[in-house]
Design a protein around this ligand. Structure first.
Ligand code: GCU
Length: 446
């Protein structure tokens, strides 16, 4: 009796405890949801004030992609490709992302999964380790590729650099479990699922688009001091502890890794390597823009919330600025050291977001932003796209085709596309409908 009553009361206690835990979790979810949506963004970051008032962005003059330094205009595609474009690209290397090496002569591909049915027979999966040098224990990257099982010819493909190893990004138990850098900067086995959602491989395949993934941390870690573990470390000269002030930061390293993935894709006869698109979010949005700007083999780009240092205009004082981005406690290692010189002198930067987009012309580029993601300055991305339109027009394309900033939920899908979802930073599942539409228009049907 005594036993059962104490059991009963301990059961009650346990129930009570569970209810409290459940309610705490539920209220945390609700509160964090509200926080994500409605909480005002911080007004100071790294000790630097942040402006969120469109009336206070200040006045600025954008560098003109179609005007030579001597004031003359670029008037032909030939002048653009032979003179002006290389010059702008050089400025980006010198002052923002840093110079990167070319393709390593001793790079090797180990195709350890040559073609296995996956996703209930809908896909053929390939897995490749790309060794960046002869030393197999040195930096290397795993590339995961899916093509539709019913494809009759090489398919267009979407390549994405991701924040999680490939095995966490797809629902496929056959993928080699990767390793990732944790918060303590240790390389640990990948979790089962990525925190921000997986890639819907069957959906892309059903539209005739193949999918390839790489984990950005395989190329270069995303933390200050990570150089010694990544590709940048491999290229340090004797006595150098960090790259020179005009040499690559992490974004250039990730972009370089995407070019190495392309090197492999060019050898894969199930992939139409002339129709390979890139998609990346946030810092990886900056990365895919730079990857396509430096490597014309990429046919189309989708950059989600690339923000400052990506498509957003740095000369607009709105949301994040170069000063915030390069503050010592934040992300200076993602850029070349020279970029910091412009933290308080943005007017002296020879480039801006409009020029980054112009380097991609005439290839299609879609900017996806969020109306609640003020930090990334969705309007600044739009204005960069408007200005880059003049280079697209010179090259016979339409560009964005409007200078009216559309409201959230209204996509513009011209050769330059712009889509602001109703929400915050990153992508939401419904964005993928827009991405697929854009790729169908410019990648699959071209
Ligand atoms: C920070 C950073 C942004 C970057 C983002 C991300 O918010 O300030 O510039 O785009 O991280 O990569 O998630």
């Amino acid at each position: 009796m005594l036993k059962s009553s104490s059991l009963h009361s301990s059961c009650n206690l346990f129930r009570c405890y569970c209810t409290i835990v459940l309610w705490t979790i539920l209220s945390l979810i609700v509160v964090s949801g509200l926080y994500g949506q409605n909480h005002p963004p911080p007004d100071t970051v790294a000790g630097i004030p942040v402006n969120y008032d469109q009336a206070k962005v200040g006045s600025y003059t954008l560098p003109n992609p179609l005007q030579f330094v001597n004031g003359k205009q670029v008037t032909s595609p030939k002048q653009w490709f032979q003179i002006r474009r290389p010059q702008i690209q050089e400025w980006y290397k010198e002052d923002q992302f840093g110079h990167a090496p070319g393709r390593p002569s001793d790079m090797a591909f180990d195709v350890f999964d040559e073609g296995t049915p996956a996703f209930g027979g809908k896909a053929i999966r390939r897995q490749v380790t790309v060794y960046f040098s002869k030393d197999k224990s040195g930096p290397k990257m795993d590339l995961l590729i899916y093509t539709p099982a019913n494809a009759q010819k090489p398919v267009p493909l979407l390549l994405t650099p991701d924040f999680y190893p490939n095995s966490s990004m797809v629902d496929d138990p056959g993928v080699k479990r990767g390793k990732m850098w944790n918060r303590e900067h240790k390389r640990v086995p990948a979790p089962k699922s990525a925190k921000f959602g997986k890639i819907n491989v069957p959906m892309l395949l059903s539209h005739g688009i193949g999918v390839a993934l790489v984990y950005y941390g395989d190329i270069e870690p995303d933390f200050s001091g990570g150089i010694k573990y990544g590709i940048e470390g491999l290229y340090l000269e004797k006595g150098q502890t960090k790259p020179g002030s005009d040499q690559w930061g992490a974004i250039a390293a990730w972009a370089w890794g995407l070019s190495r993935a392309m090197d492999y894709l060019e050898t894969d006869n199930m992939v139409d390597s002339k129709h390979v698109a890139l998609m990346g979010i946030s810092r990886l949005g900056k990365t895919v823009l730079w990857a396509a700007a430096r490597d014309q083999r990429f046919a189309l780009v989708i950059a989600s919330c690339s923000g400052e240092g990506g498509a957003a205009l740095s000369r607009r004082n709105f949301g994040e600025t170069i000063a915030h981005l390069t503050a010592p406690s934040r992300f200076p290692y993602q850029f070349c050291a020279n970029y910091q010189k412009f933290a308080h002198h943005v007017d002296r930067l020879p480039v801006d977001g409009n020029m980054l987009l112009s380097l991609i012309a005439p290839r299609p580029v879609l900017l996806q932003t969020g109306n609640k993601d003020l930090w990334s300055d969705p309007k600044g991305e739009f204005l960069a796209a408007v200005d880059a339109g003049k280079v697209y027009r010179l090259l016979g394309k339409q560009g964005l085709g409007t200078d009216q900033w559309p409201p959230a939920g209204k996509p513009i899908l011209h050769t330059i596309g712009y889509y602001m979802h109703n929400g915050g930073h990153g992508t939401v599942p419904s964005d993928w409908n827009i991405f697929i539409k854009f790729m169908q228009r410019y990648l699959v049907k071209n």
